[in-house]
Design a binder for this molecule. Structure first.
Ligand code: FES
Length: 130
């Protein structure tokens, strides 16, 4: 019988988790909050917004940031959800999103939740080719 579980660490704690669920779902189930915009349980994950990043210490590219909604757990995987690298990346991404959609309550609330209340950027207006 196939083992449907793998052992991973999240924020230095070891867990046995289902291997067919993304790291985003696993973390959410454990009460570890990861921001997410483009993921929806009804859709196949495609990792577009890049806001759900986690740091994988021992992945193919060590210490790399990866979208947790498309990341499937593998035995021995070491995941961190709150690092300076993630905070720096997320802060910049929230600033871009605020510049892109300043009227969006969803973006404003999510950015504020992670300590970003304003942006240094302005939205570049698209020009139409006639
Ligand atoms: S939720 Fe959008 S990339 Fe993961």
């Amino acid at each position: 019988m196939e083992n449907r579980h793998v052992t991973i660490t999240i924020n230095h704690e070891t867990y046995s988790v289902e291997k067919d669920r993304s790291v985003l779902y696993i973390c959410n189930d454990m009460g570890i909050e990861i921001p997410a915009l483009c993921h929806n349980e009804a859709l196949k994950p495609y990792g577009a917004c890049r806001i759900c990043m986690v740091e994988v210490k021992n992945g193919p590219q060590p210490d790399s940031l990866t979208a947790s909604c498309t990341l499937m757990p593998e035995n021995g995987m070491e995941i961190l959800t709150e690092t300076e690298k993630i905070k720096k990346y997320s802060g910049l991404l929230f600033e871009f999103l605020l510049a892109r959609a300043p009227q969006s309550n969803c973006i404003n609330e999510l950015a504020a939740k992670y300590g970003v209340f304003k942006t240094r950027f302005t939205e570049r207006k698209k020009t139409m080719i006639r």
